[in-house]
Ligand binder design. Structure first.
Ligand code: DGP
Length: 113
């Protein structure tokens, strides 16, 4: 847990966020700058800087299951949705605490920008 990390502070409750779901390993909340009608972020409770730093398969599995759960809660299961982990500079990562974007509610395009 780092006081300098926005997402650690959301986990700790010192920065407000709209929480949607959680499990033992992670929490899911609404993105402050949504890029789709439904845009959630799924993050680990402990500080992991990015997917490149991840080492715990149980943690990553739990985060993916939480992403699927929030997609179900948002009613996106049938129409589909996208899960993205921007990683590092070329990946476009701006917050250096591992997070899965869960995007849906509209048709996604490929290739991404
Ligand atoms: P990325 O660019 O992949 O690192 O995505 C970071 C996302 O985090 C971006 O979509 C905006 C979101 N975000 C940044 N600061 C906050 C915040 O304080 N609260 C919430 N809910 N989302 C945030």
């Amino acid at each position: 847990m780092s006081d300098a990390c926005i997402f650690c502070r959301i986990v700790g409750g010192t920065i407000p966020a709209t929480l949607v779901a959680s499990n033992a390993y992670g929490v899911a909340f609404r993105d402050l700058f949504p890029q789709a009608p439904s845009h959630l972020l799924v993050i680990p409770r402990r500080h992991v800087a990015s997917l490149a730093e991840a080492t715990d398969g149980a943690e990553l599995g739990a985060l993916m299951l939480l992403a699927a759960e929030v997609a179900r809660l948002e009613g996106m299961e049938d129409a589909g949705y996208r899960v993205v982990a921007n990683t590092g500079k070329d990946g476009g990562q701006t917050v250096h605490h591992l997070h899965l974007h869960v995007l849906g509610g509209r048709t996604m395009h490929w290739p991404p920008g």
